[in-house]
Write a protein that binds this ligand. Sequence first.
Ligand code: SAM
Length: 479
Amino acid sequence: MTNNNTYKYDVNSLKAEEFINHEEIIDTLGYADSNKDNLELVDAILDKAELLKGLTHREASVLLACEDKSRINRMFELAQKIKKDFYGNRIVMFAPLYLSNYCINGCVYCPYHLKNKHICRKKLTQEEIKAEVIALQDMGHKRLAIEAGEDPVNNPIEYILDSIKTIYSIKHKNGAIRRVNVNIAATTVENYRKLKDAGIGTYILFQETYHKESYEKLHPTGPKHDYAYHTEAMDRAMDGGIDDVGLGVLFGLELYRYELAGLLMHAEHLEAVHGVGPHTISVPRIKRADDIDPSAFDNGINDDIFAKICALIRISVPYTGMIISTRESQSVREKVLNLGVSQISGASRTSVGGYAEPETEEENSSQFDVSDNRTLDEVVNWLMRMGFIPSFCTACYREGRTGDRFMALCKSKQIQNCCHPNALLTLKEYLMDYASEDTKKLGEELISREINNIPNPKAKDVCINKLDLISEGQRDFRF
Ligand code: SAM
């Protein structure tokens, strides 16, 4: 869209500053401000959201600006409904695995920045990765997100590829890592193709902030300083054949209203150009870390705004999974789980090598403090007590249901005949191999109840049969 020739906003453009157009965002925020009390418009937007077809960045921005209590309640109710209709009560579990904290960037919010001379720098060898993966498998994890600083000498793409190979190769007892998602710095199409060939799940890259001027100040040095290269990374990833990409904003760096508009514009751009929107959206907030004090950043958001943002993401992009990490406390996680979160991490360590050997204070290598320190068994138990099904499922991408094929599954509401039994099968594996007695008892009861919620009778029979086979010792079934 070109607006009176004053600025160029083009959702189809491949240029960062045209698909995330600053003037369009400013105009959107002005439109949202002037319509925040226009309850007729707010109601019309909510009616549209009710059709489960999503909202534009302009529409979502009006809802974000609206302060009317009953309308905000309707936003929350709608988010809960969409979450239930599309995702049911399953929550997918994962853990981050930090490979290396060597980094040549200067990100002012991250303790891995180059000038930090007192954080302990570590890079795992393939043997050390093996020990980490065994520790993660022994907890029951099946899905990881690997994390690394940007450093072409210490963490070249070959190191990342070798590490992925190592992770997939380890089969300890009944354990296996069946999906490796990757959160590494923006790179080339060629490198994305190599990651695709290595069998990664989602490529995750947080934008940090969509505000170009702030972005450049917050990333004063290093390759990450280049806003366009960073913002266009998902297009290159998709050109390299990766069709599941994960977006995110680091809330606290810039005005949240600016960020939500930017985030949704990015999702609209991916859908317009590649025919498929983001697979996931993450909503991290800045945390205390080695030499980082979150209060030094002016744009922190409180828990209520945070919940509203989660609800609006849910209703704006109903087919996109939403991820909450252990940056958030148990109580915040509890609140947003109902509002559309579909994936959470559990028992996370943000230090390099922290699973096999917890670190002492002096050798601290961690990226930020976590607020939820519970074990995976405690998290699984807690989820079930709230009526959720913890799922260790990794079937979709292993069955080739990525990108638009996953979206089609979601849109046709076949999730209940596919993801639901997969969740039960992988939970059963967890109960057999890793759960405490109490968690096991709860889980078995939950599975007996939830088996009746598989609509297709044939799928239900197959699932019952596979559950029996898991009891007898077999593993790794999937729909
Ligand atoms: N180096 C890669 C990059 O540049 O995208 C990998 C990302 S880093 C390992 C994962 C994410 O952690 C970052 O994208 C950032 O949003 C987040 N992060 C950094 N410092 C943080 C802090 N102090 N609190 C919370 N999250 C932080």
